[in-house]
Design a protein around this ligand. Structure first.
Ligand SMILES: Nc1ncnc2c1ncn2[C@@H]1O[C@H](COP(=O)(O)OP(=O)(O)OP(=O)(O)O)[C@@H](O)[C@H]1O
Length: 916
């Protein structure tokens, strides 16, 4: 290989592009391979308050209620008290306490066996008596968890050292403590608490401890303590009473948890204290029962204070001074066992009731601690004892229990009941116990006194942050400042607390902080929601006001619109700017009616209705829904007769409607020409119009009738019917009837216009009728009737029109009254006017009363007639005046018939009347 391969050039560099890869070794799943940098925990401290560390239950600040058990020794000769009861509960001779009275029956009980077996220092086994094995239960009971079990051979000193000495040490350190002896009658409670001179109990030993322990440290004058001893008993089984056992005064009282009148005896040495204890023992109520020759009949309470009470004679367990309380409870008694009767029975009931209340308080405290939802019952109110011990029974102060039990088989039931009742009390915890009688002002924040500013700042910052959303930031900041001040004060007051108490307060505060924080959060959240709701409410009110304003503005606009529309209609109606020349020049924009009378040299009269006239009769399509019908009728009964009667109605058309009627009568024939130049309706509208014109001329000549119908199903429907009837020269009747009907699907009303014109040889009648029927808004009628009697020509123009009143608000009834010249009365008044006698045949007979008008003249018709006056009709009449006597006109001038001239005169008269 080496020989074949060329030696590498020293100047070349071999580059391996794809270097062989080696499979990587599978990493071992060892914890070291995942040594990732630790991610810091969520900064709860900055957001949330520090959580309460879980501390072992063995820590002193989380300890349970201490329950001790002491089993008294079997009495070798337990001489039981006879059933003979003393008259008085007070011992007549304490020295002879255990001496049965004379004649008493002494019985020896079998004490061969015991029912209690001490397993270890914390548990015992309760065995049923042998006699119960056959008929009753055999199963034994084991009770454990005691702080310590003192066997029957334990001494008083051992019990003290184990049980009381810690309390005394705490008392000397400024902490209060309480020890209560609980057990059946004759079980050794009094013996344990007081003992005997030879075998002193817990109280003498504690006093000795107090003074002996204090003296070595304080070599100066001995420290002074105060001691009080009182009892709670029942006087004849009725009311509870307090007796001071250190004074001769006797009865004292209790208010709430304070005892008034209790003598606080200062003690400065052990001898003095023991003397007081002996004195109290002699004064205590005792009696002989079957279970105890000197049974206690009251609850005895011994208080040792390290400082005098603030109020003289008032002992308050809530005082700031440390108090060591030792209680000798009366023993529970079973009636079967004691055989009490009378006063003893009442005392027994009182004792049992008090013990029951005491037990209920502890049980309620236990259940409350297990389940916080269960409220702490106020059983303490049921007895003086529990009221006085309220703080202890509610877990606010530390206490201990010493259970005393009798080991005999005959005491099985009492012992079993005691253990079953009191053993659960060992689960009571003192997490929230006050470590000192120095009670801070604000309990909720007392624990924060141990917190420094560095720990307090996150909480305060969080509170501030939460309160920013609310409007009460300033107030909350003030509260925080006050809290800090209180904390500072508490810190100074608690300066003497030791380290343990500080730690306990800290944990207490930590346990309270979460609930306090959640409460503050919810409170601020509720405030924010409330503020938002307030803002929405204000906005809603503003919006409602704006809506009201808009409604008012809309109403105003509607009113203005109607007024403007009315003014517009009036303006249109009053407009006279359009002249006939203009109209002629633009025939498409006007409606004209041309009458050609060839009998009189092709005399043609052409009436041109200006454009403004048509909208006058127009009803706005959007505002008014109408259907128009137009009827024009022309009747002529004359030799030369041709009378034009025309009416033009334009209704309900968006676009301008123009109609032109041209009627021509050639010589003796009747000719009718109807030119309907109007275009009705626009395509978008679904209206339907109908126009019908008819000319009838009563004549010998055959009747000429023309009918024009323009049906349009979709767009419009218009019919024009014209018929001319001529009865020679004297009976010419021309009747033009135009009926125009217009309907629109979108229009809800119907209008009808009729124009009737009757002409006869002796009477010329021009009738114009405009009617608009079924108008929802209002009706307006115009009626014009003219007649002439001299020439037996009557011209009657009757126009009836009904127009919605909203557009013609200004058309008052007074005007209607004015404009009713066609009534018979008014017709007579028109005689003297400008009517010109057309020399015989042609003219308007003003002397003759015109026929009774068929309809009432309405303002609209007056406007119509007034507008007609602008058609340069005056010129024609003037011309007629000028040519008076001459029947014929020049060739270039249009020749008029008599009827037309009469018509023009009548119109002129009408115009003058209206202007007047
Ligand atoms: N540990 C003990 N050692 C010796 N004797 C005892 C002991 N305990 C109790 N005794 C004796 O038992 C008797 C009854 O005791 P004690 O009066 O203390 O019972 P008690 O529980 O107080 O009864 P009561 O509730 O009726 O007052 C007393 O004579 C006492 O000397």
């Amino acid at each position: 290989m080496d020989s074949n391969t060329s030696p590498p050039c020293p100047g070349t560099i071999t580059v391996r592009r794809n270097p062989p890869r080696r499979a990587r070794a599978t990493p071992k799943m060892t914890p070291k391979s995942f040594d990732l940098p630790e991610i810091s925990a969520f900064p709860n401290d900055g957001v949330l308050p520090a959580q309460t560390p879980q501390k072992p239950s063995t820590s002193p600040e989380n300890e349970n209620l201490k329950v001790f058990l002491r089993v008294r020794p079997l009495s070798s000769s337990p001489i039981q008290a006879p059933r003979v009861r003393g008259k008085s509960a007070w011992p007549q001779n304490p020295v002879k306490k255990n001496v049965p009275p004379a004649g008493a029956k002494i019985s020896k009980s079998k004490t061969s066996s015991t029912c209690i077996t001490v397993n270890d220092s914390q548990s015992v086994t309760l065995s049923t008596p042998v006699s119960w094995h056959e008929s009753k239960r055999i199963k034994s009971e084991t009770y454990g968890g005691f702080s310590h079990v003192f066997s029957s051979d334990s001494t008083q000193f051992q019990v003290y050292e184990r049980m009381v000495k810690p309390l005394v040490d705490e008392f000397l350190g400024g902490k209060s403590g309480m020890l209560a002896a609980l057990g059946p009658s004759g079980s050794g409670k009094t013996h344990t608490v007081f003992g005997t001179p030879r075998d002193p109990g817990m109280v003498p030993l504690a006093l000795r401890h107090i003074f002996e322990d204090a003296e070595p440290h304080v070599k100066q004058p001995s420290r002074t303590f105060y001691m009080s001893i009182f009892e709670i008993c029942s006087e004849r089984g009725k009311a509870e009473k307090l007796f001071d056992l250190l004074s001769d005064g006797g009865e004292i009282s209790m208010q709430q948890s304070s005892v008034k009148g209790l003598k606080e005896v200062p003690i400065s040495n052990t001898e003095q204290a023991e003397s007081l204890i002996a004195q109290a023992t002699l004064r205590r109520a005792t009696a002989m029962t079957n279970t105890n020759s000197q049974s206690s009949r009251s609850q005895c309470i011994i208080n040792i204070c390290d400082a005098p009470p603030k109020c003289k004679g008032v002992v308050n367990p809530k005082s700031n001074s440390a108090v060591l309380t030792i209680i000798d409870l009366a023993g529970a008694e079973r009636e079967k066992r004691t055989g009490n009767q009378g006063a003893r029975l009442h005392e027994s009931n009182f004792i049992n009731n008090t013990l029951m209340v005491f037990g209920l308080c502890l049980r309620s405290l236990l259940e409350h601690q297990k389940n916080r939802k269960k409220p702490l019952q106020k059983h303490f109110q049921s007895s003086m004892l529990t009221r006085y011990l309220r703080d202890y029974l509610e877990g606010k102060k530390r206490m201990s229990l010493i259970l005393t039990a009798k080991p005999g088989e005959e005491d099985f039931l009492d012992t079993s009941y005691l253990l079953r009742q009191a053993s659960p009390y060992m689960q009571i915890k003192y997490n929230e116990v006050e470590q000192s009688n120095i009670v801070p002002k604000k309990r909720h924040y007392q624990g924060s006194s141990i917190m420094d500013d560095s720990k307090l700042s996150p909480l305060s910052e969080n509170l501030k942050r939460m309160r920013l959303v609310s409007e009460h930031t300033e107030q909350n900041d003030k509260n925080i400042a006050e809290e800090r001040e209180n904390i500072t004060e508490d810190s100074s007051a608690l300066g003497k607390l030791d380290a343990n108490s500080s730690v306990s307060l800290k944990s207490e505060f930590d346990s309270q902080v979460p609930s306090e924080r959640s409460h503050i959060i919810m409170q601020n959240f509720a405030k924010v929601i409330w503020n938002v709701l307030k803002q929405y409410n204000s906005k809603l009110k503003v919006a409602e006001m704006e809506i009201e304003n808009l409604k008012e503005s809309i109403a105003n606009e509607k009113t203005k619109y109607s007024e403007i529309e009315t003014q517009l209609n009036e303006f249109k109606a009053n407009c006279t700017c359009c002249k006939v020349d203009n109209i002629k020049s633009d025939p498409e924009d006007c409606s004209s009616v041309s009458l050609v009378q060839p009998h009189n040299s092709e005399q043609e009269v052409e009436y041109s209705f200006p454009e403004f006239l048509l909208p006058c009769m127009k009803i706005s399509e959007e505002t008014f829904h109408a259907e128009s019908s137009f009827v024009a009728r022309v009747d002529q009964c004359d030799e030369d007769g041709l009378v034009l009667s025309t009416s033009c109605t334009q209704l309900c058309s968006e676009n301008s409607d123009r109609e032109t009627f041209s009627l021509t009568k050639p010589e003796h024939h009747s000719a009718s020409e109807v030119d309907d130049g109007s275009k009705i309706l626009s395509e978008p509208s679904d209206a339907q119009s109908s126009s019908e014109a008819r000319l009838d001329q009563s004549d010998e000549q055959p009747t000429l009738g023309t009918s024009c119908t323009q049906p349009d199903a979709n767009m419009s429907d218009r019919k024009i019917s014209t018929s001319l009837l001529k009865a020679e020269d004297h009976n010419n009747a021309l009747e033009v009837e135009a009926v125009r009907k217009r309907s629109s699907e979108s229009f809800d009303s119907q209008s009808l216009s009729e124009v009737r014109l009757d002409l006869s040889d002796e009477e010329l009648t021009l009738g114009t009728s405009c009617r608009q029927l079924d108008c929802e808004k209002s009706d307006r009628e115009i009626s014009i009737s003219l007649s002439k009697a001299e020439d037996h020509n009557a011209l009657e123009i009757e126009a009836v029109r009904k127009i919605p009143s909203e557009l013609f608000v200004s058309s008052s009834s007074t005007e209607d009254d004015k404009l009713d010249p066609l009534s018979p009365k008014d017709a007579s008044s028109t005689k003297t006017d400008n009517l010109v006698d057309p020399l015989g045949k042609i003219g308007v007979d003003i002397s003759r009363k015109p026929p009774k008008p068929k309809r009432t003249l309405m303002p609209s018709s007056s406007m119509l007639s007034r507008d007609l006056s602008t058609f340069d009709l005056c010129d024609e009449s003037e011309k007629l005046k000028g040519n008076r006597g001459t029947r014929k006109l020049s060739a270039h001038e249009p020749q008029r018939s008599n009827g037309s001239i009469s018509l023009l005169h009548l119109l002129h008269v009408r115009k003058n009347n209206l202007h007047r």
